[in-house]
Design a binder for this molecule. Structure first.
Ligand code: HEM
Length: 209
């Protein structure tokens, strides 16, 4: 009963956003580090993918990610609707769309969600991949990033993710009383973006083949 009441409150929804955001962030960091196996030679990335399947983490992680994404989205939507309702009659005076950060988070979230759908069809299911052979992760990745438009799509999505993380980390560190500085969020976002983008650009420039 208390849990339901807490979830209905604004602070409860913000807590849900923070906890699910932190879980998604941990996944993103682990995924970014795992991707760097592409630099260890053609077989390393495939072996890493096989190992993840063998130890049985793939499906539990998928279920957890799906739950986190749904909760994160629903809480964000409800908080936006609540803020809009609270502004109520003042709305006609000026088109109030919320702060720059709130707007960036909303549109960034939409771009990331659309990217994840494309990304799953590209590298998990393989139907949108120029190679698309199950288990041939390295070959699929290399086939993808020969094309400038695929590199561009990934770059836009990773930069959107970077902005999202920058604000998310800043929000979380502020809430937890760690720091009010924006430098930590910016630093974390730059590292995550650089790590992810190193893969498409290494393939596109021929460093990885
Ligand atoms: C340049 C950047 C990226 C590369 C090269 C990359 C690479 C890959 C590859 C190769 C897979 C398939 C793994 C397998 O079949 O075992 C995969 C799956 C996945 N990636 Fe990425 N990824 C990138 C960015 C991202 C980003 C930014 C996100 C999240 C916002 C993301 C989320 C996922 C998810 C959710 C899966 C599905 C995992 C599963 O099958 O359970 N990826 N990625």
């Amino acid at each position: 009963m208390d849990t339901i009441r807490l979830y209905r409150s604004t602070i409860g929804k913000k807590a849900v956003m923070a906890v699910t955001g932190a879980a998604l962030f941990l996944y993103v960091v682990a995924h970014m580090i795992g991707n760097l196996a592409v630099f260890a030679g053609p077989d390393a990335l495939d072996a890493y993918g096989r190992w993840l399947r063998d130890i049985g983490v793939v499906w539990p992680v998928r279920v957890g990610l799906l739950a986190a994404v749904v909760l994160h989205f629903v809480a964000a939507y409800q908080l936006t609707a609540r803020a809009r309702r609270a502004r109520g009659r003042y709305r006609h005076r000026r088109v109030v769309q919320g702060s720059y950060a709130a707007r960036t988070m909303r549109w960034g979230g939409v771009i990331i969600a659309l990217f994840v759908v494309y990304h799953l069809l590209d590298l998990t299911v393989g139907v949108l991949n120029p190679n698309g052979v199950p288990g041939a992760i390295h070959a699929n990745v290399v086939a993808d990033f020969q094309h400038w438009y695929v590199v561009l799509a990934y770059t836009v999505a990773v930069l959107a993710l970077g902005f999202h993380i920058r604000h998310g980390v800043w929000s979380a560190t502020q809430t937890l009383g760690v720091t009010t500085s924006r430098v930590v969020g910016l630093g974390v976002a730059v590292v995550v973006c650089a790590g992810f983008l190193s893969v498409p650009f290494a393939v596109f420039t021929g460093l990885v083949s």
